[in-house]
Design a protein around this ligand. Structure first.
Ligand SMILES: Cc1ncc(COP(=O)(O)O)c(C=O)c1O
Length: 443
C-alpha cells in the first residue's frame, strides 16, 4: 500500500531544481533576438547544418577558457546539437553500423537512459559493461574483451559496413566506447588522466570511437565543506578525452580522430532549451552536421541556440555557473553528505568520498549494507516512505550480466540537484528508518 501521508521526497530525479533556472536572463536574451530583425530572421529560419555560427564561435571561446587546451578550440570543431541524448542518436546514425560495429562498450554503472538510444540504433544484445575501479575504466578488461570481439568478427567475415553507404563525411568505427569521464552518472567518479590517455590508445588500436558525455564538467566545487571555493573554479579539473586525442602521441591517427565530446546546456541553463554541442576533429564535427535529420533543413534547436548565444556573449552564463550553480550545488552536496553521515553511515551504508579536492556532478552513489537489495529497497522506499530513490540495478548495462554479477543491487543513487534542500534530512531519516526495519527482519 502506497503511504502518501508523508510528503513526497524525490531524491531520484536528475534535473536542476527550478531555482537554478534563469528565466529573467533568458527572457532578456530572447527579447534581444526577437526584437532585432537581423537576429530574429536567422533565429526563426532553419539555420546551417553545423548550427548557428555565432553560437559555435562563443562555445569555442568558452571551452578554450575552461579546458585551456594546448591549442584553442576553433568553431570548426563544434557542431550544434539538440543536447547530449539527441546527439548520441545522431552520432550512431552517422558513425556506426549495427552489423559492422561490433560492440558498444559502456563504462558501468552507466547512465541508463543511454541504453535505449543504443537499442534504437540496432545494438540490442551488443551492449557490454566495462567495470570501473578508483581511477575509472578498467583498461585491461576492455582491451581483452575488444580483442575477443575482434576475433569473433573476423571469424564471421564481418569486414565491411553492411548497413551504411560510404560517404566522404563519415567513418564507420568498429567499436563505440561510451563514458562520462568527469563526475560520472551515477558513480560520480573522475577518470584519471592516465586512464584517459590509455583509453585513447586503446581506441586507436581497436578502431573505436569514444563518446564522452561531458555534461557535468562545469559543476564542480571543493570536496571539503569548510574549504570555501576551489582555487580555480573556472578551470576544468582535467582535460577532456577529446582534448587529449588532439595531442597524444602526435595527435589523431586520421582526420576523424577517435573521440567526440558530447556537451549540453541542460544542466547549466535548463533542459527545456535542448541545446548542446559536439566537439571533435573538424572533419568529425562536419560529419555530425551531415546526419540526415540536420541535412533536412538545418541543425536542431536553432531558435534556442540564438538565445544561448546571447547568454555566452554577454557572459551571463559564465557568471551564473560561478556565482549561482557552483555555490548552490556545493551547498546541496555538502548538506546531503552530512545527512548521509548522520543517518546512514551508522547503519553500514558506505559512499565514496572524492579522492582529490574536487567534488561535482549531481549524484552520490551509496553502498548498501550486506543483505539489502537495491531494487526491493527502492520499491519499499516509495511504497512505505513516499521517498523516491534510484536502485543501483537501473544502472547496469542492458542485456549484459557480466560487468557486475549482482547487477549493482548493492548500491543506490541519490540526487542532490532536484529536491528542496530542506527535505534532505527528512528524506534520509526515512531511508534510515526503512533500512533499520529491513535489517531487523534479517536478524
Ligand atoms: C551522463 C548524461 N548524459 C546525458 C544526459 C542528458 O543530456 P541532455 O539533456 O543534453 O540530453 C544526462 C542527464 O541526466 C546525463 O546524466
Amino acid at each position: 500500500m502506497l503511504d502518501t501521508s508523508k510528503p513526497l521526497i524525490n531524491l531520484f530525479r536528475g534535473w536542476p531544481n527550478p531555482s537554478f533556472h534563469a528565466p529573467v536572463a533568458l527572457h532578456r536574451a530572447s527579447s534581444t533576438v526577437l526584437s532585432n530583425p537581423s537576429l530574429s530572421a536567422p533565429a526563426l529560419g532553419y539555420g546551417p547544418d553545423e548550427g548557428y555560427s555565432p553560437l559555435r564561435s562563443e562555445i569555442a571561446k568558452w571551452l578554450t577558457d575552461f579546458y585551456a587546451p594546448r591549442d584553442r578550440v576553433v568553431k570548426e570543431r563544434i557542431c550544434i546539437t539538440g543536447g547530449a541524448s539527441q546527439n548520441l542518436a545522431c552520432l550512431l546514425q552517422v558513425f556506426s553500423d549495427a552489423v559492422y560495429t561490433r560492440n558498444i562498450w559502456m563504462v558501468a554503472p552507466t547512465y541508463y537512459l543511454a541504453c535505449g538510444i543504443f537499442d534504437d540504433a540496432g545494438f540490442a544484445g551488443k551492449l557490454r559493461g566495462v567495470p570501473e575501479d578508483e581511477e575509472g575504466v578498467d583498461i585491461g578488461f576492455l582491451d581483452e574483451q575488444m580483442g575477443l570481439s575482434e576475433r569473433r568478427a573476423s571469424e564471421m567475415g564481418n569486414v565491411k559496413p553492411m548497413l551504411k553507404s560510404p560517404k566522404p563525411y563519415r567513418k564507420i568505427y568498429k567499436h563505440i566506447i561510451y563514458a562520462t569521464p568527469t563526475f560520472s552518472n551515477p558513480s560520480t567518479k573522475i577518470m584519471s588522466l592516465r586512464r584517459r590517455e590509455q583509453l585513447i590508445r586503446l581506441a586507436r588500436k581497436h578502431d573505436a570511437l569514444i563518446v564522452t558525455d561531458d555534461v557535468y564538467d562545469h559543476l564542480q566545487w571543493s570536496s571539503s565543506p569548510v574549504q570555501g571555493p576551489l582555487p580555480a573554479p573556472d578551470k576544468a579539473v582535467l582535460p577532456r578525452i577529446v582534448d587529449i586525442d588532439r595531442f597524444l602521441d602526435g595527435g589523431p591517427q586520421d582526420e576523424f580522430g577517435n573521440a567526440v565530446s558530447n556537451g549540453s546546456f541542460s544542466k547549466l541553463i535548463g533542459a527545456g532549451c535542448r541545446v548542446g554541442w559536439a566537439e571533435g576533429t573538424e572533419k568529425f564535427a562536419y560529419g555530425v552536421s551531415q546526419v540526415g535529420s540536420s541535412r533536412s533543413g538545418g541543425a536542431p534547436s536553432q531558435l534556442t541556440s540564438t538565445f544561448v548565444c546571447q547568454l555566452l556573449a554577454n557572459k551571463f552564463l559564465q557568471s551564473h555557473i560561478l556565482n549561482v550553480l557552483q555555490p548552490g550545488y556545493a551547498k546541496r552536496y555538502h548538506a546531503l553528505v552530512s545527512a548521509i553521515q548522520h543517518h546512514l553511515v551508522p547503519l553500514g551504508v558506505t559512499f565514496a568520498v572524492p579522492t582529490g579536492d574536487v567534488a561535482g556532478g549531481y549524484f552520490l552513489w551509496l553502498g548498501l549494507p550486506a543483505g539489502l537489495r537495491a531494487k526491493d529497497l527502492a520499491l519499499k522506499a516509495q511504497a512505505e516512505e513516499n521517498l523516491v530513490i534510484a536502485g543501483g540495478n537501473l544502472f547496469k548495462v542492458d542485456g549484459d550480466n557480466k560487468e557486475d554479477k549482482d547487477g549493482f543491487q548493492g548500491f543506490i543513487r541519490i540526487c542532490f540537484a532536484w529536491e528542496e534542500v530542506k527535505r534532505f534530512d527528512e528524506g534520509l531519516a526515512r531511508l534510515a528508518e526503512l533500512i533499520r526495519r529491513e535489517l531487523g527482519k534479517r536478524e
